[in-house]
Ligand binder design. Structure first.
Ligand SMILES: C[S@@+](CC[C@H](N)C(=O)[O-])C[C@H]1O[C@@H](n2cnc3c(N)ncnc32)[C@H](O)[C@@H]1O
Length: 250
């Protein structure tokens, strides 16, 4: 039974099945225009190996990945706080991608788009986006490419019969370990009781990672560099306590 639960959702196929939502409410005009005109400028295509010097117009000190960035507050905030680092954000949900574009251009709904896009004042062009399933990107990411990977509030799929849909599973952890530098950090946050246990069990059983926590504050409190996300706010408002697991690639 355990083995069955730990199978990846697409073990036998090249095309991973995605069980979440790709689109929500109608995307209004300004965001739609941002998707059509600005997104292509920062989109990564999954057709050849990623190369740092081709992704960014500067040499990033570190490269970070955020998987499932949702509305993009954390990704946009991290990129703003760390202008010397390069960020790759991955999200399937189109409305979330559109929201990120809002955040990084500062262009709000109803504003006419300028002829040429400029980033929000003071912002360095250090974000690239893959607006699809991260599993399609894995094979184009060289070994040890990232210094840090964020997986914040992944869909918990709490029912046992849906356990194979959980992003943290043996296959995905193997890929994350491969693309993370030795000494790099994988940060997983969750507010869901089932997922807390699941994630800890899966990560602790994986010899590629060691938990960096030395005391309970290290995982019960948000790390100093963390930026609150939409799901985190929702969880707190509903009385759930988020936890943050930093695992180091050994
Ligand atoms: C529960 S939401 C959390 C969003 C955000 N991290 C936050 O904390 O507000 C999980 C997000 O992960 C995205 N997601 C799930 N599986 C993914 C995958 N394989 N590749 C890219 N994004 C994925 C979903 O579309 C969804 O937006």
């Amino acid at each position: 039974m355990e083995n069955d639960l730990e199978k990846t959702a697409f073990a036998d196929s090249d095309k991973p099945k995605f069980f979440g939502r790709r689109k929500g409410r109608t995307i209004h005009k300004t965001k739609q225009s941002l998707i059509e005109r600005f997104l292509p400028e920062i989109t990564i295509k999954a057709d050849e190996n990623l190369k740092t010097d081709e992704l960014f117009s500067f040499k990033p000190q570190k490269i970070m990945l955020e998987i499932g960035f949702g509305n993009g507050e954390h990704l946009a905030g991290q990129a703003k706080n760390n202008p010397d680092c390069g960020f790759i954000g991955v999200e399937v949900f189109q409305n979330g991608v559109a929201n990120l574009l809002n955040l990084i251009t500062g262009i709000k709904e109803g504003i006419n788009l300028p002829e040429k896009f400029i980033l929000e004042e003071g912002r360095v062009d250090n974000i690239r986006v893959f607006p699809d399933d991260v599993r399609l990107l894995f094979k184009y990411i060289p070994d040890g490419f990232f210094d840090k990977i964020f997986l914040l509030f992944p869909d918990p799929w709490p029912k046992k019969k849906h356990a194979s849909r959980r992003f943290i599973n043996k296959g995905n952890l193997q890929e994350l370990a491969r693309i993370l530098k030795k000494g790099g950090i994988l940060r997983v946050a969750t507010d869901h009781k089932v997922y807390k246990d699941w994630a800890l069990r899966q990560l602790s059983a994986d010899n590629n990672f060691v938990w960096t926590a030395k005391c309970s504050d290290d995982w019960r409190k948000a790390p100093a560099d963390h930026i609150e996300t939409k799901y985190q706010r929702k969880a707190i408002a509903e009385g759930r306590k988020p936890v943050f697991f930093d695992f180091m690639r050994v």
